[in-house]
Ligand binder design. Structure first.
Ligand code: PEP
Length: 263
């Protein structure tokens, strides 16, 4: 269902009216985690000022450590909905448990499946049946074939509104958090008709790498990028070191404005 063999035209997925697909360079931006109403609104305004069409923000956070901030849950979803009402930005947010899919889908414009759940087949089937577009991160140790098969689980439930997101893979390299597999962009686009975006924030795990990796993603033909921004990353409860700050926004919006018309 997701293969290009039977569907030669590349697909466009619309999220709250915002297109992601060929001919677009969609910016999705926002905080890694929803922390407070003020922080989320500030981050959303930063995202919108940089040219974002969609707001990202996690209310359910799949953290490596059980002692790390796990997200605000439904209270975080309510904050996102309020910020959407205030800014007009449709929401992309992660769901980590099949039992929460209906609840998260009642708030979200797009459901995100993260790298740790990329082969949680019960969750993939549940989001496939939820009636919302889905952003599927690549599993950190998944081959492109495994990633596309994960997408197939969603598609099999009748949902072809799937956006693939390359977010870096595990390699022997420790200088970066993950290794951005830039080649995954054209390879996945050749094998599948689904849009492919890149997450340079979770790939590098470092603010100074976000713009170079974004440029690399765009040069490789990504249909969009999803970027963490935070008004006060030094106080962030999740992934502060990779969040762009206000001073970075000019460069981000210049890159988006320069390359979007060329896609
Ligand atoms: C995220 O985008 O918030 C996230 C946790 O990403 P990943 O699943 O790629 O680690």
């Amino acid at each position: 269902l997701v293969s290009r063999e039977n569907h030669p035209e590349r697909s466009t997925v619309r999220v709250g009216g915002v297109p992601i697909g060929p001919g677009t360079l969609t910016l999705i931006a926002g905080p890694c985690a929803v922390e407070t109403p003020e922080q989320t609104l500030e981050a959303a305004l930063m995202a919108r000022a940089a040219g974002a069409g969609l707001l990202r923000g996690g209310a359910y956070k799949p953290r490596t450590s059980p002692y790390a901030f796990q997200g605000l849950g439904e209270a975080g979803l309510r904050i996102l909905a309020d910020v959407r009402a205030e800014t007009g930005l449709p929401i992309v947010t992660e769901v980590v448990d099949a039992h929460d899919v209906e609840l998260v889908a009642s708030y979200a414009d797009m459901l995100q499946v993260g790298t740790r759940n990329a082969q949680n087949f019960g969750l993939l089937q549940a989001v496939g049946a939820a009636g919302r577009p889905v952003m599927l991160k690549r599993g950190m140790s998944a081959t492109i074939e495994e990633w596309l098969m994960a997408a197939e689980y969603i598609a099999q439930r009748g949902n072809l509104d799937i956006v693939l997101c390359e977010r870096g893979i595990r390699t022997f390299e420790t200088a970066t958090r993950n290794t951005l597999d830039v080649s995954a962009v054209p390879v996945a686009q050749r094998l599948s008709h689904l849009p492919v975006i890149v997450d340079p924030s979770h790939s590098g795990g470092r603010r100074d790498l976000v713009m170079p990796l974004s440029r690399a993603a765009i040069a490789a033909g990504a249909d969009g990028v999803i970027i963490d921004v935070h008004p006060h990353p030094e106080r962030a409860l999740c992934d502060g070191p990779q969040a762009l700050v206000r001073e970075d926004l000019e460069e981000l919006s210049t890159v988006i404005d320069t390359f979007a018309p060329l896609m």
